[in-house]
Every structure is written in structure tokens, then in C-alpha cells.
Unconditional design. Structure first.
Length: 133
């Protein structure tokens, strides 16, 4: 378990994490490229303005995580759980969200192109003023 770490502007390329818990991390204005996260937990993290490119999240859990003003390109979430997650003001392009579930997902003003939610089920969605596909 990694807890309460502030990594503003941190850049990760090709990182692989399996079964890691990230608790109360601040990855503000960070960049992740070509990273793979398998069975990881993100709890109470702030990922404001993060750029996520060509990353995979497989079987990960996101609880009380905020991604406001983030950019995601060519990334995928497969069999993940999103609970109380905020994507307000984000920009997504070629993002796959397959077989994911959750409750309390917000994305006010999200702009997405070529976003695939196949097989996903979420309760209490708020995508007001969002434009997807």
C-alpha cells in the first residue's frame, strides 16, 4: 500500500503495477503513457489535469477519485469498478470502458470521441452538459 503521496507533474512511461493500492495520492498535472495497472485500487486520489495516454486498467477499483480536467487518449478500463468518481471537464478520445460497474459517476462537461461503454453498468450517473461520440 502506498499512501498520501503528492506527485505533481510526475511522468510515468511504460510502468506496470499489479495489486497495488494507491491511497490519497495527488497526481495533479501528471502524465501516464503506456502504463498497465492490473487489480490495483485507487482510493481518495486526486488526478486533476492528468494526461493518460495508451494505458490499460484491468480489474481495478476506483473509489472517491477525482479526474477533473483530465485528458485520456487510447486508454482502456476493463472490468473495473468506479464508485464516487469525478471526470468533470475531461477530454476523452478512443477510450474503452468495457464490462465496468459502479455507482456515483460524474462527468459534467466531458467531451468524448470514440468512447466505448460496451457491457458496462453504472448507477447514479451525472453526465450533464457532456458530449460523447
Amino acid at each position: 500500500i502506498h499512501a498520501a503521496l503528492v506527485l505533481w507533474l510526475a511522468q510515468f512511461v511504460g510502468s506496470i503495477s499489479a495489486g497495488t493500492t494507491f491511497k490519497a495520492f495527488n497526481f495533479k498535472q501528471a502524465g501516464w503513457t503506456g502504463c498497465t495497472f492490473t487489480g490495483c485500487q485507487f482510493v481518495g486520489c486526486a488526478l486533476d489535469g492528468i494526461a493518460i495516454t495508451e494505458c490499460q486498467f484491468i480489474g481495478c477499483t476506483f473509489a472517491q477519485v477525482s479526474f477533473p480536467d483530465s485528458r485520456m487518449t487510447g486508454s482502456s478500463f476493463l472490468q473495473c469498478t468506479w464508485n464516487d468518481v469525478d471526470f468533470d471537464g475531461g477530454q476523452w478520445q478512443d477510450v474503452t470502458v468495457r464490462q465496468c460497474t459502479g455507482n456515483g459517476v460524474r462527468a459534467h462537461g466531458l467531451h468524448g470521441q470514440r468512447v466505448d461503454f460496451t457491457g458496462s453498468y453504472f448507477e447514479q450517473l451525472d453526465f450533464s452538459a457532456a458530449t460523447i461520440n
